[in-house]
Design a protein around this ligand. Structure first.
Ligand SMILES: *[C@@H]1O[C@H](CO)[C@@H](O)[C@H](O)[C@H]1NC(C)=O
Ligand SMILES: *[C@@H]1O[C@H](CO)[C@@H](O)[C@H](O)[C@H]1NC(C)=O
Ligand SMILES: *[C@@H]1O[C@H](CO)[C@@H](O)[C@H](O)[C@H]1NC(C)=O
Length: 472
């Protein structure tokens, strides 16, 4: 057992006003509970103040979604049902086209779905659980400054230095640990420290030129939801898109994703804004009202949030390891960010169980973690971005439906061997990297099937032509 173990989390990376980075604290708490359950001494240091004391307003967010992949990881520590009870199940998507038509597309026939959760609430819940039930001490408002690792007989020990801003006067605090886990989000300072020491081989960060703005669809005058509550609603428009998540109080939280350039243009003033919304999302304007749009976007002068992805390899150095967004920040479109983070905890735990929890084996454990996990992190980042392109454009197009039709048909004919991409990623625990390979393979098969059908169809036409017109 480790005599001391530090977990560094950032509840609130999204305090950086122009960036988003989610999930970190959730992942940190879940990891803490996993390790505490295995008998380790865990202490959690958090940059920001206790989110349980935050106002609603403070919690800027894209809603979180949890799919069965994330649930598997919570099930292991007995938290699945408690978390599910806080959300609402979405069983599929409804696509709204430009004319106000709606197309329903359930995730699968079994009625499985993903759960839409409120971020601040989940955050507060997990911290409460870790602190009260598992007696994990938390130090809020402690900013990570640096760490020094010394190696004694092959068993490294790390001393971390924090700036303690929780009191009237700032102080420096030192803490020593056998294992340090950086779960401090897309802008991870733990990772930066490792990079400065040249201990991370590969680091790629991408700021996407698309930003996001949020809005709320209220419940109707009778308190009932104004759209189907058990679905995500999507308005794909090629270059941009709008998506809404259902809420427990019959409202919907929506997010508009668009290139910054276009966002700036649209948010300029009342007239352009209303013209844009009425042209692109007429049905939505009826639900939220023009006065709300004016108030919300023009008068408040909100700035759009920014999307970021990271690729890092390896995820560890000495006795320090990165999990969650610190390791693999991704765009939010697959709804897998939090799920991938929870899965990190599950996988790290499995490796610990295989090699043992002793200090002597820690090096092997972390090495194995990077070996199995980095390729999954890269794969899901890649798929999340591809999914954005797909969501905002193809979903409304003919080719998308043809491909989806073939995809679903093959799933029905070969349920054991053919699983559509979304199902693999969200509803199974197949490693992301395997999902990606499988998807590429399937995509080739779908393309050939479509080409084959096209040729066959053409052949039949030609045959008919000759039969009826050439030799009547
Ligand atoms: C946890 O920390 C306490 C106090 O520092 C120590 O007495 C105990 O032995 C530690 N537990 C383990 C498993 O090392
Ligand atoms: C989604 O996020 C918004 C804003 O943070 C929140 O008001 C809403 O309750 C969330 N939805 C769910 C299902 O928790
Ligand atoms: C940080 O400062 C506060 C207030 O001075 C103090 O109560 C707390 O113990 C300090 N944290 C640590 C880890 O020493």
């Amino acid at each position: 057992m480790f005599s001391q173990l530090l977990l560094l989390v950032n509840v609130a990376n999204y305090c950086f006003t122009d960036t988003i980075s989610l999930y970190s604290s959730f992942v940190g708490c879940v990891e803490g509970i996993y390790l505490k359950k295995r008998g380790h001494n865990v202490t959690i240091y958090e940059t920001f103040e206790d989110p349980r004391t935050w106002s609603e307003e403070r919690a800027r967010s894209i809603n979180l979604t949890m799919s069965p992949r994330g649930q598997f990881a919570l099930r292991e520590i007995g938290l699945e049902d408690k978390v599910l009870a806080q959300g609402i199940l979405a069983k599929g998507r409804i696509v709204h086209d430009g004319k106000g038509n709606k197309f329903r597309s359930p995730y699968n026939e079994k009625g499985e779905g993903i759960v839409s959760l409120r971020r601040t609430r989940l955050n507060a819940f997990l911290i409460q659980e870790a602190e009260e039930t598992y007696k994990i001490p938390f130090h809020f408002r402690h900013t990570f400054e640096r760490c020094d690792t010394s190696d004694q007989h092959g068993a490294p020990t790390t001393v971390c230095v924090f700036r303690n801003t929780s009191g009237e006067k700032e102080t420096m605090v030192k803490a020593q640990a056998d294992l340090v886990i950086g779960s401090d989000g897309a802008h991870s300072v733990v990772r930066q420290d490792l990079q400065n020491k040249r201990k991370i081989g590969m680091f790629q960060q991408e700021y996407h030129d698309h930003g996001y703005m949020e809005l709320v669809v209220p419940s109707g005058n009778d308190g009932q939801p104004q759209m189907e509550l058990d679905m995500l609603h999507i308005w794909p428009r090629g270059e941009f898109m709008l998506i809404t998540f259902p809420n427990l109080d019959n409202t919907f939280s929506g997010t508009l994703f668009m290139p910054f350039e276009k966002l700036d243009e649209v948010m300029q003033g009342e007239e352009v804004l209303l013209k844009f919304f009425n042209a692109e999302f007429p049905d939505l304007v009826r639900l939220v009202g023009e006065s709300y749009l004016k108030r919300h976007f023009v008068e408040k002068k909100k700035r759009p949030g920014r999307l970021i992805s990271n690729k890092v390899e390896p995820y560890h150095a000495d006795n320090i390891v990165l999990i969650g967004d610190a390791a693999h920040a991704m765009v939010p479109f697959y709804g897998q960010g939090m799920n991938a983070g929870f899965e990190d905890c599950l996988i790290l735990d499995r490796i610990f169980q295989k090699y043992g929890h002793s200090k002597a084996n820690l090096g092997r454990v972390l090495k194995e973690f990077s070996r199995v996990r980095c390729k999954d992190g890269h794969a899901i980042s890649e798929m999340a971005f591809k999914h954005y392109v797909e969501l905002r454009s193809d979903i409304a197009g003919v080719t998308f439906y043809m491909r989806k039709f073939v995809d679903n048909m093959l799933f029905r004919l070969l349920p054991k061997t053919w699983v559509p991409e979304y199902t693999m990623v969200a509803f199974t625990d197949m490693p992301y990297s395997v999902c990606l390979k499988e998807t590429e393979r399937q995509s080739r098969i779908i393309t050939s099937t479509l080409i084959f059908c096209g040729i066959a169809f053409f052949g039949i036409l030609v045959a008919l032509f000759f039969k009826f017109w050439v030799w009547p």
